[in-house]
Design a protein around this ligand. Structure first.
Ligand code: CTP
Ligand code: CA
Length: 225
């Protein structure tokens, strides 16, 4: 058994986990997306349920089967994910934002398929910023004792960027992992450092996403009153 799993130490708690990657449509057949598989978020949902929590999983474009005993809300875009997370977070003890949320979306949606035009270069795709869901829910909590966890995927200066991001987002814990073409995305394993606002850094060695998930819940528990 992984740490904690023998006990229903999350019983009586409602936790919200976002998972997957948002897709931002350009036209009815095309979107801007990312490589997130959703597996880390699903592992967080499964481990929380195994430890007795009521779990709401807000899922974006994962292709993964709904985990047993978990309430799953399916969304597509960042704006839809925001609405679903804020609604589920209203009575939540903890929220974990494991989803890869697109930072930008096309400023315009073409209701018909965008077609090539003979002899002409394509028009550039104009983008606008999406809402920062993690920063928003961290700044505006329904209860002062709600615990909020973010994830950070970094390719360079992983720890320095992570510490800076923890401050900027205003969440309680930030799980920082290094990503690249063959690292983390789509894999069963993960390796991370979990940063806390009190300066604590908890390294989690390379291993199954369940182990990282249980470590996250272990760190969330003492922050809940
Ligand atoms: N996040 C979010 N809403 C966004 C973008 C990100 O809630 N619009 C959340 C992610 O779910 C994750 C955390 O913020 O938990 C960090 O995501 P990341 O992409 O690493 O951070 P950004 O602030 O978008 O910074 P960057 O410019 O490095 O992408
Ligand atoms: Ca981002």
């Amino acid at each position: 058994l992984a740490r904690g799993e023998a006990f229903a130490d999350l019983a009586g708690l409602h936790v919200v986990v976002s998972a997957g990657g948002t897709r931002e449509p350009l036209d009815p057949v095309r979107f801007l997306g990312n490589r997130s598989s959703g597996r880390q978020g699903y592992a967080l949902a499964r481990t929380a349920a195994a430890r007795g929590a009521r779990v709401t999983l807000v899922e974006a474009n994962t292709q993964l089967p709904d985990p047993a005993g978990v309430d799953v809300v399916h969304v597509g875009t960042a704006v839809e994910l925001r609405t679903a997370v804020i609604a589920a977070a209203r009575d939540a003890d903890a929220v974990v934002m494991a989803a890869a949320v697109a930072d930008f979306r096309p400023s315009e949606y073409a209701t018909g398929k965008i077609k090539k035009k003979d002899g002409r270069e394509p028009a550039p795709i104009a983008l606008v910023r999406n809402p920062d869901i993690l920063a928003e829910i961290s700044a505006d909590r329904p209860r002062a004792d709600q615990v909020i966890v973010g994830f950070a995927a970094e390719t360079d200066d992983v720890l320095a960027n992570g510490r800076d991001k923890l401050r900027r987002k205003g969440c309680d814990l930030l799980v920082v992992n290094e990503v690249g073409e063959r690292r983390t995305f789509g894999s069963d394993d993960n390796e991370a450092v979990i940063l806390a606002t009190d300066g604590t850094e908890t390294p989690v060695p390379h291993g199954p996403k369940e182990v990282l998930s249980d470590t996250v819940w272990d760190l969330v528990l003492p922050l809940l009153r």
